[in-house]
Design a protein around this ligand. Structure first.
Ligand code: DQA
Length: 152
C-alpha cells in the first residue's frame, strides 16, 4: 500500500480557532481524521504533518522525493499556507525532487486579498485544490487515487 504524505504549513495548527469564517470550525486533528478515512477508502496509508518552519517543509519534500523514487509514496498534498505566496525554496524543492504534488487551499485564495493570488507552488504542482473547505483534503486524496489508477 502506498503512502500519501499530507504537509500543512504555518498557522494551520490554529485551525478551529483561526478565522473560522474563512477556514471553518474543524481543528487540524479533525482534518487528520477526515484524511485517515479518505485514505482508508482509497487504499492509501496516511502520513500527516504540520510545521511552522519553511526549512522543515523543504526537508519533508526531499524525503518525499526519495520515497517516491523508492516506490512507496503515491504523492504529496501540500497546504503551504502563507509560504505558498512567498517561498522560492518550496518551488525549488518540488521542482528539484520531481515529486508528484497537489497544492491545496481550504479557502478560495482568488476571492481574497491580491497577495494571495500568486502561488510559487502552482507551476510545479500536478494539480491545485482550492476553496472546498477542509473537504478539499478528501477530494485531493481521491484525485491522487484516480491519478494512480491512470484515469486522471
Ligand atoms: C491557505 C490560504 C493562504 O493564503 C493562507 O496564508 C493560509 C491558508 C488556505 O488553506 O486557504 O495560511 O493556504
Amino acid at each position: 500500500m502506498k503512502t500519501v504524505l499530507i504537509l500543512n504549513g504555518p498557522n494551520l495548527n490554529l485551525l478551529g480557532t483561526r478565522e473560522p469564517q474563512v477556514y471553518g470550525a474543524q481543528t487540524l486533528a479533525d482534518v487528520q481524521a477526515l484524511c485517515d478515512r479518505a485514505c482508508d477508502a482509497n487504499g492509501f496509508d496516511l502520513d500527516f504533518r504540520q510545521s511552522n518552519h519553511e526549512g522543515e517543509l523543504v526537508e519533508w519534500i526531499h524525503e518525499a522525493g526519495r520515497a517516491q523514487a523508492a516506490g512507496t509514496l503515491a504523492g504529496v498534498i501540500l497546504n503551504a499556507g502563507a509560504y505558498t505566496h512567498t517561498s522560492v525554496a518550496l518551488f525549488d524543492a518540488i521542482k528539484g525532487t520531481g515529486v508528484t504534488l497537489i497544492e491545496l487551499h481550504i479557502s478560495n485564495v482568488f476571492a481574497r486579498e491580491a497577495f494571495r493570488h500568486h502561488s510559487y507552488i502552482s507551476p510545479v504542482a500536478k494539480a491545485v485544490m482550492c476553496g472546498f473547505g477542509v473537504n478539499g483534503y478528501a477530494l485531493a486524496i481521491a484525485g491522487l487515487a484516480a491519478m494512480q489508477a491512470g484515469s486522471a
